[in-house]
Design a protein around this ligand. Structure first.
Ligand code: HGA
Length: 611
């Protein structure tokens, strides 16, 4: 999704802004732009379609000197990707705006502004903000007052940054529904839609809250005002993950690096949360024990990969904690007339904690009489975390690859902790708790062993490079893993992939199976193994080529038309986590063979902050 960077410094800001945009590239975008107020007090702008490198080239030819500026990477929602639609948007020659989000009443505002004599150059919703602020600037003494009055007219979601030639050395930012952080420097101040954009200049951040407006001015001055307009102090927080997270290290792609980080981040997700023989319920917060003992139902709401994690959790929570569970995608849930039984826990899952639909679902749920809300999230200080009653951080560290990998397996780890915590207060047998705790402790080591199979998985990937379709099969808690495997393949290799519960095969998808349709199946050693084996025979009998990831103990061996990769034996409850890895690696290698943009697949964006 779109990215914002802003800087007011004692030096030229072009390089800072450009580096900030490069660091936001991972989020997915279609065009980029920058506006800087020159030493002579003139506002100048450059924009380019495509990558930040294209903007850099344009700046190489025509630099933007100046100590105050804003920049943006755009992921189009209103108006096609083009130079005219790229941000910053200007009103006249003197004022420029960058915006993340959607202005829902833009049509009405556009009509009003056109009637007032404003000329629109773009098809975007954002341009109304530029003209609105410019109109208000004519009526008020400074940019801050003008932005505040303009905000009062906006409906929808935004993170904004505004500069004006009439207010040199000043940036005004605002957030409502889209994240925005202030980077605190020495004698300089920065703005970013994600702290990662600014780690080259600072590690100290103020996370703006809903409705906040901020003014950055010369000398590093930062003034924050809340939604009511009162000056407020917001805590300055130090970013703990270091800047290494934003570099690929020795890996060819962020995705590969993040896949290989999984043993470490799963261990981090468990750290301090396991006792000798049981999970520590208080990891979910001091009130968790009292709340969890009242839980009689769980509703899980999420999007994309996080939704698949929620689907796995349903199997775990029902089996080990004995609670009924509903799992739903947030974009559907938020528009449904949900019936909430008494004492239902509302759980949201999101890597970024800013996923627009999930956040809206949480806000919608607040009015529905849930017992409490729990966010399982990777970004501390994110909106989802701040607005939920309880939270559990997944500790995956920044995830840059658009296709989620380590965020998913750490979500699953966190959900197993939730299962154990709810199980504990609901009398799950102590022996079972101890067995699962021991299995969790051994999980990072097993994940390392699966990663060591990478060369074999890479060898398998050659069979997919020329294919146009693939079918993923799984049963029980591995059906969502099959869904996640298909999603990964679609996202980064653009091969059409579908996933089915293996038992559904003969109810339709079997008609698709022939030698051109590779079928991938995960076959852990669980109670459904024999049933799965029969389903695999059904595929073989129709000439389908099978790729099976199987437990080393299940006795599925290679034969004509069946390629088998054996995985180390794992406690069957944790198998969904382990079996995710070969599917991630397979998609990765297929995408590399196909030469796609692995970390930034076409049309997709990281952290989907618009509806
Ligand atoms: N609506 C604006 C910004 C889109 C956005 O935030 N994407 O993530 C546009 O279309 O330019």
């Amino acid at each position: 999704m779109c990215g914002i960077v802003g800087a007011v410094a004692e030096r030229n800001v072009e390089a800072i802004l450009l580096e900030g945009l490069r660091r936001l590239e991972y989020r997915g975008y279609d065009s980029a732009g920058m506006a800087v107020v020159s030493p002579q007090g003139a506002l100048q702008r450059r924009r380019a379609v495509g990558k930040v490198a294209a903007l850099a080239e344009c700046l190489g030819d025509a630099p933007l000197p100046g100590r105050c500026g804003i920049a943006h990477t755009r992921w189009a929602t209103h108006g096609r990707p083009s130079e005219t639609n790229a941000h910053p948007h200007q009103s006249g020659e003197g004022l420029a705006v960058v915006h993340n989000g959607i202005i829902e009443n833009h049509e009405a505002l556009r009509r009003e502004l056109v009637a007032d004599g404003y000329r629109f150059d773009s098809e975007t919703d954002t341009e109304v903000v530029a003209h609105l602020v410019a109109r208000e600037r004519g009526r008020h003494a400074d940019l801050l007052a003008a932005v505040r009055h303009a905000l009062a007219r906006l409906e929808g979601a935004y993170a904004l940054a505004v500069v004006s030639a009439d207010d040199p050395g000043t940036i005004v930012g605002a957030r409502k529904g889209s994240p925005l952080v202030v980077g605190v420097g020495i004698g300089e101040a920065f703005l970013g839609s994600d702290p990662l954009a600014l780690l080259q200049v600072t590690d100290r951040f103020v996370y703006l809250e809903e409705g906040d407006v901020v003014r950055l001015s010369a000398g590093g001055r930062v003034e924050v005002f809340d939604a009511a307009g009162a000056a407020v102090k917001r805590e300055v927080q130090t970013f703990e993950h270091g800047d290494g997270a934003a570099s690929k290290g020795d890996y060819r792609h962020f995705m590969l690096k993040e896949i290989h980080e999984q043993p470490a981040v799963i261990a981090a997700a468990l750290e301090g949360r396991l006792g000798e023989r049981a999970a520590l319920v208080e990891s979910f917060g001091p009130e968790a024990e009292a709340l969890f003992s009242r839980v009689r139902q769980v509703h899980i709401v999420a999007c994309g990969t996080s939704y698949h994690a929620g689907m796995v959790a349903r199997y775990w929570l029902e089996r080990f904690a004995g609670v009924p569970v509903q799992v739903e995608v947030a974009s559907e849930y938020r528009y449904r007339r949900v019936v909430v039984p008494e004492d239902t826990l509302f759980v949201t899952l999101s890597q970024s904690g800013e996923t627009a639909d999930t956040l809206a679902a949480l806000r919608f749920a607040r009015e529905r009489g849930y017992l409490a809300s729990l966010a399982i999230c990777n970004v501390p200080g994110s909106s989802l975390v701040r607005e939920s009653d309880l939270c559990l951080m997944t500790q995956a560290g920044p995830e840059i690859g658009v296709a989620s990998t380590k965020a998913f397996t750490t979500q699953l780890t966190a959900l197993m902790l939730l299962t154990l915590a709810l199980g504990r207060v609901r009398d799950l047998a102590e022996e079972t708790q101890a067995e699962l705790v021991a299995a969790l402790r051994g999980l990072p080591r097993l994940v390392e062993r699966v990663l060591a199979l990478d060369p074999q998985i890479e060898a398998l990937s050659t069979a997919f490079a020329e294919k146009h379709h693939a079918l993923f099969l799984g049963r029980g808690a591995h059906f969502p893993i099959a869904l996640e495997g298909a999603l990964k393949l679609k996202e980064i290799s653009y091969i059409h992939a579908e996933a089915y519960p293996a038992g559904e095969l003969k109810h339709g998808p079997l008609a698709l199976v022939d030698s051109e349709m590779p079928v991938i199946s995960v076959a852990p050693n669980d109670e459904l193994l024999d049933k799965l084996k029969s389903n695999l025979q059904e595929v073989r009998a129709r000439g389908g080529e099978l790729f099976v990831f199987a437990d080393e103990r299940v006795g599925i061996e290679e034969a004509e038309g069946i390629r088998v990769l054996h995985l180390p034996h794992v406690h069957e409850a944790l198998a969904p986590i382990l079996y995710t890895l070969p599917l991630q690696l397979l998609s990765y290698h297929v995408a590399v063979l196909k030469g796609t943009d692995v970390d930034q697949p076409r049309n997709l964006a990281k952290s989907v902050t618009v509806e």
